[in-house]
Design a protein around this ligand. Structure first.
Ligand code: HSE
Length: 436
């Protein structure tokens, strides 16, 4: 075997990074593998735009079939994204005996089982390191070096776009939409950026992590998902005053025979290492029963880091091909028939500390009513700030609670929001400050 044929579906930002890497580091890759990786075909609807990378003659095509049915191609890299076409092409490529490398977390979170089953039937590999954490090799570590552990928790800052936006808002008081536009220009954002800012992309990645860590299938729709679009400069400033930073956190916890799997803006103490994860950087913090706490940190999005993970996967498949073995390990790290079906705990049942912000008219009895509603619902106050009156006689009242059950918090907020002195919907942000 002198070379291994590779095909690429999708010539966008990440595809361009893959072409650049395969070209620039070709000699190094060959030195490590003993064979070269040859990019034989690239399919995309747009084959005329100059991406600033060199592509050999006859490589570009508008016809994806040419990639997935080329007998000289052993590994197909899927970078189209989305559910429909990507799924169809991956399934056909598997049917044709191709190994798959993909960064498509949305597809894997929702249709992963079907794809892994098809791959098992054909004895081919599906690798997807780039789907979570961009260039960070966390999935391989969970399935490989840390595989001997029972995992208890997995926490992640998993969306570069959101982390970039929150960082700019925190450091520079920047405007949400202007920062989102820059993140899009830098190639961090999804084709549909609402997937980023509404937490959907993070939930896709969390679904994959929860399956890998806890060995359970995850019903994606049951992951509680809340994005960052409602985070205001005021909340960021209050967080700072209380010694916290706001991060969009993915939280996975094993809790008996259920799991917690939720994505939402979260206040974390300023002295937590995760609070220093800024900009496009991602971090994943895992606890295993033998390894204890491990934290991964690196660039979670962008052309070059993501290409690094993709080509690493192609090289892993190439190594297997070189010695004539395919599919050395199950794609989820567990034997297929050993995967469990643990339920996800409903959000109302979680227990957390909360930041609550009320906008109220400044008049006698308001604080007593708010405190009364909290007390009645078994919610204990840890600290409180009432700032100066703003225009229109409205005053922000911020309360930090001790641990409380979310259903109680929501009941109290409903009751408070129905009072005539409340001028806008009350705000809650969960706090995570008890990491062992
Ligand atoms: N849109 C994603 C992010 C890309 O911003 O993190 C990497 O998955």
């Amino acid at each position: 075997m002198k070379e291994i044929g590779v095909g690429l579906l999708g010539f966008g930002t990440i595809g361009t990074g893959v072409v650049k890497l395969l070209g620039r580091n070709a000699a190094l890759i060959e030195e490590k593998l003993g064979v070269g990786l040859r990019l034989k075909k690239i399919a995309d609807l747009d084959i005329t735009t100059d991406r600033g990378v060199t592509v050999g003659p006859g490589v570009l095509t508008r016809n994806a079939e040419e990639v997935i049915s080329d007998p000289g191609i052993s590994v197909v890299i899927e970078l189209i994204g989305g559910y429909k076409i990507a799924r169809e092409l991956i399934l056909k490529a598997i049917e044709n005996g191709k190994h798959i490398v993909t960064a498509n977390k949305a597809l894997l979170a929702v249709h992963g089982e079907e794809i892994y089953a098809a791959a098992a039937r054909k004895g081919v590999e599906v690798r997807y390191e780039a789907a979570v954490g961009g260039g960070i090799p966390v999935l391989s570590a969970i399935k490989g070096n840390m595989a001997a552990n029972h995992f208890g928790t997995v926490l992640g800052i998993l969306n570069g776009t959101c982390n970039y936006i929150l960082t700019k808002m925190t450091r520079e008081g920047a405007d949400f939409s202007a920062v989102l536009k820059t993140a899009q220009e830098l190639g961090y954002a999804e084709a549909d950026p609402t997937f980023d800012v509404e937490g959907v992309d993070t939930a896709h990645k969390l679904a994959i992590l929860v399956t890998l860590c806890f060995g359970t299938r995850v019903a994606f729709d049951n992951i509680y998902t809340e994005g960052i679009s409602a985070i205001s400069a005021m909340d960021i400033n209050y967080a700072k005053e209380f010694g916290f930073k706001i991060k969009l956190l993915a939280i996975g916890k094993l809790d008996g025979d259920r799991v917690e799997a939720r994505v939402h803006p979260t206040m974390i103490p300023l002295d937590y290492p995760m609070a220093d994860v800024d900009g496009v950087f991602n971090a994943i913090r895992l606890t295993g029963d033998f390894v204890d706490t491990v934290m991964f940190y690196g660039r979670g999005a962008g052309m070059d880091p993501t290409a690094s993970a993709i080509v690493g996967d192609v090289m892993a498949i190439a190594r297997n091909l070189m010695v004539g073995v395919g599919r050395r390990s199950a794609p989820l790290g567990y034997l297929d028939h050993k995967l469990k079906n643990l339920d996800i705990k409903p959000i109302g049942e979680i227990v957390s500390k909360y930041y609550l912000r009320f906008s109220a008219l400044d008049k006698p009895g308001v604080l007593a009513r708010i405190a009364g509603a909290l007390g009645k619902n078994d919610i204990s106050i840890e600290s409180m700030i009432q700032s100066a009156r703003m225009a229109g006689e409205t005053v922000p009242i911020v309360i930090m609670t001790h641990e409380a059950r979310e259903s109680n918090i929501r009941r109290a907020l409903d009751e408070i929001d129905s009072c005539d002195f409340i001028t806008e919907h009350s705000k809650l942000i969960r706090i995570e400050d008890a990491l062992q």
